[in-house]
Each structure stands twice: as structure tokens, then as C-alpha cells.
Design a protein around this ligand. Sequence first.
Ligand SMILES: [Zn+2]
Length: 381
Amino acid sequence: MPGSFRIGTIAGLTLYIHFSWFIILFLLTFSLAFGWFPALYPGQSIISYLFLGLIASLLLFVSVVLHEMAHSLVARSRGLPVRNIVLFIFGGVSNIQEEPHSPGTEFLMAVVGPLVSLIIGAICYGLFYLFRGAHSPFVPMLAYLGLANILLGVFNLLPGFPLDGGRVLRSIVWKATGSAYRATQIATRVGAFIAYLFILVGIWIFFFSRDPFNGIWLGFIGWFLLTAAHASRSQATLDTLVQGATVGEFMKKDPITVPANISLRRLIDEYILPQGLRSAPVMQADRFVGLITLKDIQRVPRDDWERIPVGLVMKPVEQLHTVTPQHGIKDALPLMSRQDVNQLPVLENGQLVGMLTRDAVIRSLEIRQQLGLERSENASG
Ligand SMILES: [Zn+2]
């Protein structure tokens, strides 16, 4: 997340704080210092209330970090790389770089977070119950941490993606139907529904309650969840469609090749124009030696097209990025974007076996999506 800075590493997980976190720290500290603590622990100075508010807010964020660490540690133990944990205005987020490969992993990874919050909440409530008679600032603090953590656990268990509960729902539908794609569709749809509900309740509170601020807050959370549900849906749909898919399934087999020794003029008249090609692999005898594209031809003055051979203008194989049929599509697509090319030659044991083009991948993905097809969930589940 841009605007974040690193504060440290715990159990191999790097913790970042986004600047928006200070807004919530500020709001929470003040709301506790002017509401919660004076009500439950009267007769203190405003300075002590502010101090108690700050300590309680910081302890709440420690609980949020523990919640996120639970997600991240389970993810890592299941072989999913975790980039970092970021604290921001709406709480915390674990940046896990891959989607889980099985419903079981997704369920466990999602459920441990709220579980940790509920356990922390129960412990704080238990301690509060034990010490409730004592006249100490820790009593209202324990009560607050108990309440906040239990609310956090319950809120996160709401069954809308990308909330933890939405992931739990997704894993259950995935397991029941065997289709990660359908599970994502359902969980994100419920996620959008819950987000709209938050926005509506937020508007209602804003107009009809004595505390309009809570309404604005709820509305913002709803809006955030809605955006996240839509983004997760597009991303998860793409991930689901390409997960486990290989270059071999998307490549064009036996592409039209051109000999290296013909002139550019012949290339254009006999291959490019009749076949509508924008690029072609170049062969010398049976060997794949390079790739020629329209851009390469444009660099040569038109008068020289008769006499200059393809082999002189093409990009030689040593300068090309190539893939094998076993390569994952998931890795090949970013490779094309990074190199700013529209096609990758597919080689097996040095032999050209196909061409992977960006257009073909996108077309194939659209067709798969329309047919509700996806692969992978059986392959690795
Ligand atoms: Zn969570």
C-alpha cells in the first residue's frame, strides 16, 4: 500500500502502518477519553483519560495484529507466501500473495483470524469479570478490549467476501460444488449485499439517531467493503480461470513460420498480407532462430524490402523471452506485460511448438468465463 511505513518484523512477518491508521488511532483515543472511561471510571483528569484512551487504542491494535498474524501464519504454513501485514483506517490486512489452492486451506486460513479475536475478547471479559469490583483503570480497559475484540470477531464472520466470513462461505461452497469459480461468484455477491446493507443502515443512523458520526462511519465501511468485493470478484475470477492452467492449453499450436532467407517483400506478399499476421516465428531449416514483427519491418526503408532478408531484421532467439508448454499462464501473462510484447514463442527442447499471444489468452479466458468453466479446483484440491 503506498503511504505505508515499516515498523518491524514479528515471527518473520513484516508489519507496516498506513498513514490512515493515525486517523482511526486519533478518533478512537478521543472517543474513549471522552466517552467510555469517564462513564466507567469517573473522577479523573482529562489528561489521564486521554492517556487511558491511547493505551486502550494501542492494545486494540495489538489485538488486530494478532488476528492478522493468525491468517498469515496459517497461510505460510500451507505454502502461500505472505508479503506483509498492513494496519490502516479500517483495521488490518494480510497481503497473502496467492489464493489458497484448496477449500480446506481457505477455510482454516479465514477462520483463525476471527477465532483469535473471539478468544482475546473472552480472555479480557474473563479478567474483567474477576476484577470487576476493583477501583482500577484496568477494569474499564478490560471491558473495552473484551467488547471490541468480540465485535471484531463477529463482524469479520459476516459471510460477505472479502470479510473472513465471506472466505469461510466461499470455502464451504467450493467444497460442496467443487467449483472455486462459482464459490467466488456467490461469496462476492453476498459481500456486495452486506456492503449495501451497511450503507443503508449508515444513512438511517445518520438521519434518525443522536449519533450521526456512527452512521457516517458505517457508511464508509460499507463503501470500502463494496469496492473490495467488486475488486476481489474480478481478481478472484481471473485467478480462478488461470490457476493451474498451462501455456500449452492456450498456445496456438503449429504456428505459421517463415524462412529466414526470404526477402521482406516476399514475407509481406506471401505471409503477412494473405494470413493477416502481425508477427511470425522465423526458421532456418528446422531450427527456430527468431521472431519478426511488423515493428521490425517498419524500421527498414521501403526501397530495401526487395533485397533485405528476414534473418537480418528479425529479433534473434537469444534476445527473446520464451516459455515452455508447462509454464503456468499466471507467470506468462506478467512476463508479456513486463517485456511489453504481445507474443511469446513456446519452445520444448529447443524446438518451436507454438506461439502464445495475448489476444488468444484473453479470448480464451472470456470464453471460459462465459461457459462458467474453470480448471484447477480438481487438479490441486
Ligand atoms: Zn481477518
